[in-house]
Design a protein around this ligand. Structure first.
Ligand SMILES: *[C@@H]1O[C@H](CO)[C@@H](O)[C@H](O)[C@H]1NC(C)=O
Length: 117
């Protein structure tokens, strides 16, 4: 086996190992990209909670994910809800490049970010 192929195989194994948790489930949440300005996040948020079909009830006033009351936090929640709902049916974590996936659980306080295996 040529050395290059062995190297590629090892790299692939490392990547797979890195993205799998010990239980073998790929953990990927979808959140607002730090680079994205609020105006673009707002557009993504509006789409996700509208035509996108995300369930945005938790970011309504008084609900678990309303605070912090920022476009960034609300769009992260909505992007993730959309992504978890549709990722196995063609939905992606994109939102005109306003979103990014992460393996760090964004849940905080009583605000739980859904995760579909
Ligand atoms: C949206 O989520 C809330 C709780 O998170 C749930 O009670 C409600 O039934 C959901 N609505 C839809 C349409 O799935």
């Amino acid at each position: 086996m040529p050395i290059v192929k062995i190297f590629l195989l090892l790299s692939l194994l490392l990547v797979i190992n890195y993205s799998l948790k010990s239980d073998g489930v790929l953990e990927d949440w979808c959140i607002a990209d730090e680079q994205t300005p609020d105006s673009e996040l707002q557009a993504g948020l509006d789409w996700a909670c509208g035509k996108g079909g995300a369930n945005c009830s938790k970011i309504q006033p008084g609900q678990a994910c309303f605070k912090p009351d920022t476009v960034r936090a609300h769009s992260s929640y909505a992007f993730n809800n959309y992504y978890q709902k549709f990722k196995h049916r063609g939905g992606s974590c994109y939102f005109n490049s306003a979103a990014i996936t992460t393996d760090l659980n964004p849940s905080h306080d009583s605000c739980n970010y859904e995760l579909t295996p």
